[in-house]
Design a binder for this molecule. Structure first.
Ligand SMILES: Nc1ncnc2c1ncn2[C@@H]1O[C@H](COP(=O)(O)OP(=O)(O)OP(=O)(O)O)[C@@H](O)[C@H]1O
Length: 257
């Protein structure tokens, strides 16, 4: 595994952060949350999933979100990056209420959030490197990405797979590629939905380490996962808060985890 010592830790972190933003630390007194949900309610087709839900992600924080299948973890993540609009309450992105933001403002805020989706889809006809560059290509910032790409690929351990097509990748390689794609724009927040869903324990650990490293670089990280073993393993690496979504309520998990 490539650890911070091997690839240069913080110095490298600065280089894989093209946007050159941030360096907040968790616990900055009274600091503005990067994402905040206030009394949020959400449901589909008249069926309420949750209500009165509060969540505040501070810069530099690390949260796990757990809960039974169908509790609404993916839905909650989608609210956090304004993929969905809440049916009740306020969703604040970087201090702005999404209800009063136009489409462009929401799009700008979303660029500051990197998302690793549960199914991590790629364009199968494009090599891995192109897929990772895609968010910057679309934003007209491809050249910026090309400068950082070799180091980013090395960081996720995929230097030798740059030319591979997505269908040729293993599950763990896909997850790491998805993480690289999520961070190439230099987001301030990383939201990961079951990033270790289909990969073995060693690879889960490796992915966890990458997320912890991102967090040490100052990013807020929120990971939705069923995997309580992963959460327990993370405790040795990071001061993470564990939130449990269950029967429409979001609770801080106790010492039983
Ligand atoms: N677009 C949608 N339309 C209707 N119902 C939906 C939609 N998306 C999700 N649901 C339902 O909402 C509930 C919560 O789904 P969600 O995917 O958020 O849960 P989850 O906790 O992430 O589940 P899992 O752990 O299985 O991924 C489920 O019952 C799901 O079927």
């Amino acid at each position: 595994m490539q650890g911070p010592a091997r690839w240069g830790g913080r110095a490298t972190a600065a280089r894989i952060e093209p946007a050159g933003r941030l360096r907040h630390k968790e616990g900055q007194a009274g600091g503005q949350a990067v994402i905040e949900l206030r009394q949020v309610g959400m449901g589909y087709g008249g069926r309420r999933l949750f209500a009165g839900l509060d969540l505040s992600l501070q810069p530099g924080s690390f949260h796990f979100l757990t809960g039974p299948s169908g509790a609404g973890k993916t839905t909650l993540l989608k609210l956090c990056y304004a993929e969905l609009r809440a049916t009740e309450g306020q969703v604040m992105l970087f201090g702005q209420d999404t209800r009063s933001m136009g489409r462009d403002a929401v799009a700008l805020a979303r660029r500051r959030i990197g998302v690793v989706h549960q199914d991590c889809q790629f364009l199968d006809h494009l090599p891995l490197a192109e897929n990772i560059l895609l968010p910057l290509t679309v934003a007209g910032r491809r050249a910026e990405g090309e400068v950082h790409l070799p180091e980013l690929l090395a960081w996720v351990g995929l230097s030798r797979r740059a030319d591979a097509l997505p269908p040729e990748l293993s599950g763990g390689e896909r997850q790491r590629a998805a993480l690289a794609r999520a961070v190439i724009t230099g987001p301030e927040v990383i939201l990961a939905d079951e990033p270790t869903g289909n990969i073995d324990w060693d690879m889960s650990q490796r992915l966890l380490t990458l997320l912890v490293e991102l967090n040490r670089m100052g990013r807020a990280v929120l990971v939705a996962t069923h995997d309580l073993t992963l959460i327990r393993a993370a405790k040795a690496q990071v001061a993470a808060r564990v939130l449990r979504l269950r029967e429409g309520r979001l609770l801080q998990a106790g010492a039983d985890l």
